[in-house]
Design a protein around this ligand. Structure first.
Ligand code: ACO
Length: 367
C-alpha cells in the first residue's frame, strides 16, 4: 500500500506539540497554546518549546539576554544581503541568508545555543532586507526591546504601540509550532542524516516557501479591503455565498471546530483593538461570516481559521503581504529548532521506500 504524501502515517514520537482537530486543541508541551499566547511573552513561549518547561524568572532573563545578544547580523550576511538581486523572492533571500550562517560553528549534534542564535537573527535578516529594498537605512536591533517589539521596530524604524506589539507577539507564539507539518518534517529529515541545524532549518525554509504551506493572506486582506466598512459586510459576504464562492479565512482540513489559534488571535485583537478600525472591521466580518456560513452551509462546521486573523493582524500592524511568510518562518523557527534537537536526541535516519513503476531490462539486454 502506498501512502501518498505520507498522509496519516506516524513517523516519530514528539513531546513538543499535539493537535486535536475535533475538539479544537493545540497543546504546547502540556499547555494550551492559546493560554500561552495570551499570557506569555514570545521569549517565554520559545523557551517552553525548546526546553520543555516554562522558564522561572531567572531562566527567562538569561534566555532574553542570550536572544538579545544574538540579534546582530555578521558582516558577511550584511554583505550578502546587499548583493542579492532586488527581484529575488523574500523567502529565497531568507533561506540564502540563513544558509550562509552555516559557514561558522554549526555542527552535529545540534545545540540549544545554536537554536537561540537562529531564532534571534531571523527577524533581523527579514527587517534588514525589507528596509533596504525600500531604499531605507536598516534599523539596528534595539536591546531595550523584546523580541516582537524589536522586530516591529527594525521594520519601521519606530517604536511600535503596545497594541501593535502585543498583537504581533500573540501571532508569533501561535505560529511557533504545529506538529509534523511539511517544513518541520523537512528539518527532521535533514538532521536525521547527522547534518547540522543550519542545514535543517534551510531545508525547512525551502519547504515553507511553497504556497501550499507558507500560504498567503492576500485572499483575506483583499476581502477586508473590498468590504471597507462594517455596513458593507453582510451584502458582500452574502453575494459571495450566493455565487457559490468560498470565504477566505474560513474552514479548515483538520480543525472541525474553532481553530484555537484564530480564537486566541481574536481575543487579543479584541483586547487591543481600541480605536484601530481595521481590527474592528475584521471582528465584525468574522461574526457575519460565521453566521452566514451556518445559513448557507449548515452542518459543515465552518469556522474562522488562523489565516483570517493572521491577515487581520498583519493589516492592523500595517504589514505588507510580502512579510507574511517570512514572519511565519521567523515564528516557526523555534518549532523547527525544537524538532531538530528532539530528532537528534533519539535519531534514526528517515529512509522510506518507493514502489518502482518503470520498465525492467529485456532479457536480451542483460550482460
Ligand atoms: N466558504 C464557503 N464554503 C466553504 C468554505 C468556505 N471558506 N470552506 C468549505 N466550504 C464548504 C464547501 O463548499 C463544501 O460545501 P458542500 O458540502 O456544499 O460541497 C463544504 O464546505 C466542505 O468543503 P471541503 O472543501 O470538503 O472542506 P475541507 O475541510 O476539505 O476544506 C479548506 C478546508 C480547503 C480550508 C476550505 O475550508 C477552504 O477552501 N477555505 C477557504 C480557504 C482558506 O481559508 N484557506 C486557509 C486555510 S488555513 C491554513 O491552511 C493555515
Amino acid at each position: 500500500m502506498i501512502h501518498h504524501g505520507l498522509k496519516g502515517i506516524t513517523c516519530a514520537e514528539t513531546a513538543i506539540s499535539h493537535i486535536d482537530g475535533e475538539k479544537g486543541h493545540l497543546i504546547y508541551r502540556g499547555y494550551e497554546a492559546k493560554v500561552i499566547a495570551l499570557q506569555s511573552s514570545f521569549e517565554a513561549a520559545a523557551y517552553l518549546i525548546l526546553y520543555g518547561t516554562l522558564p522561572d524568572a531567572h531562566e527567562l532573563l538569561d534566555f532574553q539576554e542570550k536572544l538579545t545578544a544574538e540579534r546582530t547580523l555578521p558582516k558577511h550576511i550584511i554583505d550578502l544581503l546587499e548583493t542579492l538581486p532586488h527581484h529575488m523572492d523574500d523567502m529565497a533571500v531568507l533561506r540564502t541568508a540563513i544558509s550562509s550562517l552555516g559557514t561558522d560553528s554549526f555542527a552535529y549534534p545540534p545545540r540549544p545555543e545554536e537554536a537561540i542564535r537562529l531564532i534571534a537573527v531571523t527577524p533581523t535578516i527579514i527587517a534588514y532586507r525589507y528596509r533596504r529594498i525600500k531604499g531605507e537605512e536598516a534599523a539596528a536591533p534595539n536591546a531595550q526591546y523584546g523580541h516582537a517589539e524589536n522586530y516591529l521596530y527594525m521594520l519601521t524604524g519606530r517604536r511600535p504601540t503596545e497594541a501593535q506589539k502585543k498583537t504581533l507577539e500573540t501571532y508569533m507564539i501561535l505560529a511557533m509550532e504545529h506538529g509534523m507539518n511539511a517544513s518541520t518534517f523537512s528539518a527532521r529529515v535533514t538532521v536525521s542524516t547527522e547534518s547540522d541545524l543550519v542545514s535543517a532549518v534551510t531545508s525547512a525554509l525551502g519547504t515553507m516557501k511553497g504556497p501550499l504551506h507558507g500560504g498567503a493572506p492576500s485572499g483575506v486582506t483583499k476581502m477586508l479591503e473590498d468590504i471597507g466598512e462594517k455596513e458593507n459586510a453582510e451584502a458582500y459576504l452574502t453575494a459571495k455565498l450566493e455565487r457559490g464562492e468560498r470565504l477566505m479565512g474560513f474552514g479548515h482540513r483538520v480543525y472541525k471546530t474553532k481553530d484555537p489559534r484564530a480564537e486566541a488571535l481574536r481575543i487579543k485583537a479584541e483586547e487591543v483593538a481600541g480605536d484601530d478600525r481595521s481590527l474592528d472591521l475584521a471582528l465584525h466580518v468574522e461574526q457575519e461570516a460565521v453566521r452566514l456560513l451556518e445559513k448557507y452551509k449548515p452542518g459543515r462546521k465552518l469556522y474562522t481559521n488562523v489565516e483570517f486573523y493572521a491577515a487581520a493582524v498583519m493589516k492592523a500592524i500595517r504589514f505588507d503581504d510580502a512579510l507574511f511568510t517570512p514572519t511565519f518562518s521567523a515564528s516557526r523557527m523555534a518549532g523547527w529548532c525544537a524538532h531538530v534537537l528532539e530528532q537528534a536526541s533519539n535519531n534514526m535516519i528517515f529512509r522510506p521506500s518507493a514502489t518502482y513503476i518503470g520498465s525492467f531490462p529485456q532479457a536480451a539486454q542483460q550482460l
